[in-house]
Write a protein that binds this ligand. Structure first.
Ligand SMILES: Cc1cc2nc3c(=O)[nH]c(=O)nc-3n(C[C@H](O)[C@H](O)[C@H](O)COP(=O)(O)OP(=O)(O)OC[C@H]3O[C@@H](n4cnc5c(N)ncnc54)[C@H](O)[C@@H]3O)c2cc1C
Length: 370
């Protein structure tokens, strides 16, 4: 039964945890969403990491999305806190509106720079603010999430502006040095700790034994009239054609959906992308690229409507980062109801038809007031 043997990559990265470096255990650690829940649910007050007046600081910079930072950004804060000694504060500069608390992730000071909804590409303005804060705070290290857009982009611009040494796509972090994957993960490239670090997701365990002080200040961000960039806006996209990873609203079907055309009509009405459970994909009702879950896509939509989906653990893995889950299921005790913010206990077909009836003639496309 050789196919049943697990193959473990001996070069897989370590993860920085409160107990030091640990190998990421496949399928357990390194999944940011799981650790976020640990951090939020732990109601026991934790001791402050800082002892007395700090003598220096590390700076974390990240963009907020709809009032919160991503799990990836939480990891960057936790990484800075784990790097810091008891006399080094962790300051977080956040671009955008922020309504969540960052102290559980190790932030001692939070500077919120309100630059609007973040929907506009305005890198020169953010770069000016970031460079000004670096000059003012003189951080020992600058830590940022190495995301594909937003933070990763700003991080590279900032490194160039400051002329500092930067390590990108960092997967392993210790006080003595960093490592990044090399040759598609076959090797690790290592170096000493540079001033600026852009972290890949999964680098840091969010279960911290301490808390940050979490003081918050807001700063005004002046317009930047001399920007070299002009944002011409985004072209309209058919949501059904969007990659599930990029979709903000997903209507997803499971085994409890028999009438696929009605589900497609509902998704069109809501201008939503279409997802599916593995059972619905395996029996040919939906395409493989529409599967959500451990062996499908990982999504982070604002709204995920799970219709006739039981909520098996493998499916829930794919929707961990979703903000609001709405379940429609005949079984109130289905596991999806535990995850859902709202569960409608009823027949999928009946609810879909009622929703279509209630929304008839209304347009939910972005920018249109229904
Ligand atoms: C290694 C492995 C990897 C996997 N990866 C994935 C993955 O990536 N994604 C994934 O989804 N699954 C995955 N699975 C499969 C997973 O375990 C479940 O079997 C699957 O998610 C179940 O799909 P489902 O909820 O649509 O179907 P079911 O388990 O059949 O559940 C159907 C649900 O619909 C409800 N229902 C039935 N009729 C109606 C009705 N008329 N109206 C309303 N509700 C109704 C039922 O109450 C039930 O809750 C994986 C399994 C394994 C072993």
């Amino acid at each position: 039964m050789s196919e049943a043997l697990k193959r473990i990559n001996p070069r897989r990265p370590f993860q920085v945890t409160a107990e030091g470096l640990k190998r990421i255990v496949l399928g357990v650690a390194g999944e940011a969403g799981a650790s976020v829940h640990v951090a939020h649910r732990d109601a026991t007050p934790k001791p402050l990491r800082l002892r007395g007046e700090p003598t220096g600081q590390h700076l974390v910079i990240a963009h907020a999305d709809r009032g919160a930072l991503t799990a990836h950004a939480h990891e960057a804060i936790a990484a800075a806190a784990l790097l810091a000694d008891a006399a080094t504060a962790v300051t977080v500069l956040v671009f955008g509106d922020l309504s969540e608390k960052l102290a559980p992730f190790g932030a001692d000071r939070v500077i919120v720079a309100a630059v609007g909804d973040g929907a506009h590409f305005d890198p020169d303005r953010e770069l000016a603010v970031a460079a000004e804060q670096v000059a003012r705070l003189a951080p020992r290290h600058i830590v940022m999430p190495d995301s594909a857009i937003g933070d990763g982009d700003l991080g590279r611009r900032l490194a160039a502006r400051l002329g500092v040494s930067v390590a990108t796509h960092v997967v392993e972090l210790a006080p003595t040095g960093v490592a990044a994957s090399w040759r598609g993960g076959a090797e690790m490239a290592r170096r000493d700790l540079p001033r600026m670090l852009l972290l890949d997701p999964g680098t840091t365990d969010l279960a911290l034994p301490f808390s940050g002080a979490g003081e918050r200040v807001e700063i005004e961000v002046p317009p930047f009239p001399d920007s070299r960039y002009r944002d011409l806006g985004s072209p309209p996209v058919d949501s059904a054609q969007l990659g599930l990873e990029d979709a903000d609203f997903i209507v997803s079907a499971g085994n409890g959906v028999a009438d696929v055309p009605t589900l497609l009509a509902l998704a069109k009405t809501f201008d939503a992308a279409i997802g599916a459970s593995r059972v619905a994909v395996d029996d040919g009702r939906f395409a493989r690229h529409q599967q959500v879950g451990a062996t499908g896509k990982t999504v982070s939509a604002s709204v995920y409507m799970a219709i006739g989906i039981s909520g098996a653990v493998q499916h829930l893995q794919g929707i961990r980062a979703v903000r609001h889950v709405i379940a429609i299921n005949t079984d109130a005790s289905a596991p999806i109801a535990q995850r859902a913010d709202l569960t409608i206990v009823d027949d999928a077909q009946a609810v879909m038809e009622q929703l279509l009836e209630a929304t008839r003639g209304r347009n939910f496309a972005p920018g249109v007031t229904p």
